[in-house]
Design a protein. Structure first.
Length: 261
């Protein structure tokens, strides 16, 4: 029987977004207070406004860190956007390759050159994407498409969201166990699916490479299923790392938090 996973006193949510009715983050911060969440990384998407993310981070600088959504197909415009937001205190780039591109195409190298030069991290959606996001395909976002990038930019943090997705979690395991700069988050719903349905394989991910994220406003069912899934996969003794210290160290590495003393 798996050990019982007890949540630590403080949590950090490494994967979330602003709701349409919460443009400056007041509601999510209130929910964070109720859940003992010290900090949340909020990110723009193709449907939400990067400017709202920046306003929320400015309104709650001790509680919210920001990620700017870009589409590398926009070339120089994408570079200018990430440079502008980095200059305003945003330290991570959010990608949705599902929308029709392979991230490791050579034409995108100038974008990743600039990301690396600025010391920003990268968090990519992986796996199935809701139809509301438009016509998309999961095969564009498989974690294996980041292998060449992770090798090329060895000092850049890459986070494969949702455990790599239902179709890509084995690739996430490969990268997380072999590439020192590749991490994953267990955010719903595919991240929960992996923990529940492939727990024995998920257990092979190093405990210092997996982080907690909700990707929603603390849905009770997902919150509990996620905890039980992490327990099933053998991470009960690493709850402090998964729910807090791994994310804190990563946010420090990319400059979203002051370095450890």
């Amino acid at each position: 029987m798996a050990d019982t996973l007890t949540l630590p006193d403080k949590l950090i949510d490494i994967h979330n977004h602003l709701a349409a009715d919460d443009p400056v983050g007041n509601r999510i911060v209130g929910l964070m207070d109720a859940r003992n969440v010290e900090m949340t990384l909020i990110m723009g998407t193709n449907r939400s406004n990067n400017a709202d993310v920046l306003r929320a981070v400015e309104a709650h600088p001790d509680r919210l860190a920001g990620g700017v959504y870009i589409d590398p197909r926009e070339g120089q415009a994408a570079i200018e956007q990430l440079v502008r937001y980095h200059g305003q205190g945003v330290h991570l780039v959010k990608l949705f390759p599902n929308r029709g591109y392979f991230p490791d195409e050579d034409r995108f190298l100038p974008v990743f050159d600039r990301i690396a030069g600025l010391g920003m991290g990268v968090l990519s959606h992986c796996g199935w994407l809701l139809p509301s996001m438009g016509v998309t395909a999961a095969y564009y976002s498989q974690p294996g498409r980041f292998e060449k990038l992770a090798r090329t930019y060895g000092d850049t943090v890459f986070i494969m969201a949702h455990m790599g997705g239902i179709d890509g979690f084995l690739q996430t395991i490969m990268l997380a166990t072999r590439a020192p700069n590749v991490y994953t988050d267990c955010s719903p719903g595919q991240g929960v699916w992996v923990l529940e349905c492939a727990a024995e394989m998920a257990a092979s991910i190093p405990a210092d490479k997996i982080m907690w994220g909700m990707d929603c406003y603390y849905d009770e069912a997902f919150f509990d299923r996620q905890r039980l899934g992490l327990q099933k996969a053998g991470f009960a003794s690493h709850a402090q790392e998964v729910y807090y210290s791994n994310a804190r160290g990563l946010l420090q590495k990319i400059g979203a938090l002051p370095p450890a003393r």
